[in-house]
Write a protein that binds this ligand. Structure first.
Ligand SMILES: C[S@@+](CC[C@H](N)C(=O)[O-])C[C@H]1O[C@@H](n2cnc3c(N)ncnc32)[C@H](O)[C@@H]1O
Length: 210
């Protein structure tokens, strides 16, 4: 079972001030994988969805032309705002927005999302990925809790009350259905991974296509 978006936002706002103090080895490896794979060019616009306190988007701001951070939790966004001010970043736009209503209508070259999409049901994840693909970014890089195999209940990166991770297969299918080819799947843990996708352009050879 997952909560509604307002409940997720309130839950994260409550822990926002301490959020950065408590990072597992797997979370850090996943975040690094997303940052490395996003690899924006100096003119690129990066959209970070479920951006939280800005771990991914702000790390990319030095290399990208512009970074847009969106999250539902004002408390998490406030933490990110403090970092933007501390670091003197002038190319970051930050505001409220969700996976399915990002509240942004400019151009996007790279979409990133880390450790956040698993709050949605699988059907909602598919809908979110459809909406992301409509921006036609060159790359979408998703780091998240995802199942590479039947999850071991004694080691868990999710709470069934509030989280609903998908299998890697479900996520890969959602991306390919929207015209994104999966270039890499990094297995950080059997419950944590990074999926790197590229937009399939005209003239690309797609195995199995007519
Ligand atoms: C575990 S934090 C991850 C934050 C950040 N991406 C990181 O890597 O540290 C999950 C974030 O997802 C946000 N979130 C949950 N549901 C969301 C939704 N439907 N749309 C946008 N953000 C959402 C929460 O508010 C929270 O900030």
């Amino acid at each position: 079972m997952t909560q509604n978006p307002e409940d997720h936002a309130a839950r994260f706002t409550e822990v926002a001030e301490e959020y950065d103090d408590d990072s597992s080895e797997e979370y850090l490896a996943c975040a690094s994988g997303v940052i490395e794979a996003a690899a924006p060019e100096p003119d690129d616009v990066v959209l970070d969805l479920g951006a939280g306190t800005g771990a991914i988007g702000l790390a990319l701001a030095e290399d990208a032309g512009r970074v847009v951070l969106r999250d539902l939790s004002e408390g998490m966004l406030d933490q990110a705002r403090e970092k933007i001010a501390d670091r003197g970043l002038s190319n970051v736009e930050i505001g409220e927005g969700s996976f399915r209503e990002p509240n942004y209508d400019g151009p996007v070259d790279v979409i990133v999302s880390n450790f956040a999409l698993h709050h949605l049901s699988d059907e909602e994840k598919r809908e979110a990925i459809r909406i992301w693909a409509a921006y036609e970014p060159e790359r979408i890089v998703l780091g998240d809790v995802m199942f590479f195999e039947e999850p071991d209940p004694s080691v868990s990166f999710f709470s069934p009350d509030v989280d609903d991770p998908a299998t890697v297969g479900t996520l890969v299918e959602a991306f390919t259905d929207e015209g994104y080819a999966v270039a890499d799947v990094q297995r950080v843990h059997d419950q944590v991974g990074v999926i790197v996708t590229h937009r399939i352009g005209e003239g690309d050879i797609v195995p199995g296509a007519e």
